[in-house]
Design a protein around this ligand. Structure first.
Ligand code: GLC
Length: 409
């Protein structure tokens, strides 16, 4: 399978669901609680693992929500930095099949995603705060690579995390995406590991957090397009937390979701948007509401998002973001142009302009570099954005070249 074939689904999807779920969901203060509150393994087990029952765990409901939101894939935290495995691991006895939920949580997830026609992603963090060879469970952020107890300890740790990965790569059928997190401490012999996982799962994509070679470049809590030709993805939270946080009410709205997705899509990148299910397995109501609302729009506008291509147009005052594919340009109006719109960006001849949703042609004229559309329904008829699709006489070309965007400090 060629590289481009294996990545095809990724660009088709553009939108995926990140799921942070673990024993930390019982604590309800996000996934770093062990480290930030100096909680030892025993105390963590008693307080959180033993009280984690996942009694309403129904991954088909997650998959359904992903589909309703217009997503094409899901990525579940199979093991986060706390070191607690969500699957029936033979090499890590501190796992969900033996303790807490008392069942393998990964298998039904993979099944549910596949049944819903979604691509299957597994998040895996090599870091493990509870492994005896891990150098810095309670250090601020990450230990550095000089902090291994010994070379033998490092070697053992490498062997250990690889053996976990081997289980994940061989026990659950086809995996489409392996999402590595926190590759620190360094010197995890990532190159060899990547070779191993690719051999076990040919065609699977991997992100960039275990080093090179990778398929997907990631940015976290920020949208940072990669160089042209490189698949990329921005991962963001729906409130301010990855793992469930009962007190975090700083929610983004449906309009932010649509805006973030289009901002990724306009540079040919993906949005991996997070939910943090509660300990029982249900998704916080607020997340469901926001995703469903955004999803209604996204599902109707898949054409403007799926396989979107980079385009040469710069930012505008009103139509923003703008996506493109082939000879088509999609102007997304989140801000209301209040009836009339001028775009001094396009060099091509515009062959037609239509309201995307209804297909109704809309009057336009081109005049010395300006495209003017002045009968846009006001107020806008669609929410969170109203889209106008332009058919150009060729691949999009911009009137002006890229210049440096200078922001004073
Ligand atoms: C950061 C956090 C981690 C989270 C990840 C998602 O690396 O440390 O908890 O899972 O972001 O990208």
């Amino acid at each position: 399978m060629s590289k481009s074939d294996s990545g095809k689904w990724f660009n088709e999807s553009r939108f995926g669901m990140f799921i942070h779920w673990g024993a930390y969901s019982v604590a309800a203060r996000c996934e770093w609680v062990m480290n930030r509150e100096l909680i030892g393994k025993e105390e963590y087990t008693q307080k959180y693992v033993d009280n984690w029952h996942a009694e309403k765990y129904d991954p088909s409901a997650w998959a359904e929500l992903a589909r309703e939101s217009g997503m094409g894939y899901m990525v579940l935290t199979t093991r986060h930095h706390d070191g607690f495995a969500l699957w029936d691991s033979k090499v890590n006895k501190w796992n969900a099949a033996r303790l807490g939920p008392k069942r393998d949580l990964v298998a039904p997830y993979v099944d549910a995603a596949r049944k819903a026609g979604l691509k299957v992603g597994l998040y895996y963090s090599p870091a493990s705060w509870t492994h005896p060879d891990y150098p810095g469970p309670f250090c601020r952020d990450w230990p550095n690579d000089k902090e291994w107890k010994s070379e033998a300890a490092r070697k053992r740790f490498v062997e250990y995390y690889r053996s976990e990965l081997r289980e994940l790569m061989t026990g659950y059928g086809k995996i489409d995406y392996l999402w590595f997190d926190g590759c620190i401490p360094g010197d995890l012999e990532g190159k060899e590991t990547l070779k191993m996982v690719k051999k076990l799962q040919p065609g699977m994509l991997v992100n960039d957090r275990l080093g090179k070679p990778f398929d997907v470049q990631c940015s976290e809590q920020a949208i940072k397009p990669a160089e042209p030709g490189q698949n990329w993805e921005a991962c963001l939270t729906l409130n301010g937390s990855w793992g469930y946080h009962a007190g975090d009410t700083r929610w983004k709205g449906p309009v932010d979701v649509v805006d973030m997705l289009l901002t990724c899509a306009q540079s040919a990148g993906n949005l991996l948007l997070n939910i943090g299910p509660k300990a029982d397995g249900t998704v916080p109501e607020k997340s469901v509401k926001i995703l469903r609302e955004a999803g209604k729009w996204i599902v109707r506008h898949r054409e403007c998002i799926s396989n979107s291509e980079r385009h040469p147009f710069s930012w505008g005052c009103t139509a923003r973001p703008i996506t493109a594919k082939g000879n088509r340009v999609y102007l997304h109006f989140i801000n209301d142009p209040c009836g009339s719109f001028c775009w001094a960006e396009v060099k091509n001849k515009v062959l037609s302009a239509k309201l995307f949703n209804t297909g109704t042609p809309i009057d336009f004229r081109q005049n010395g570099g300006r495209l003017i559309i002045d009968k846009i329904p006001h107020p806008l008829q669609d929410s969170p954005a109203t889209t106008i699709v332009l058919e150009l006489d060729g691949k999009p070309e911009a009137l002006t070249g890229q210049t440096t965007f200078w922001i004073p400090e």
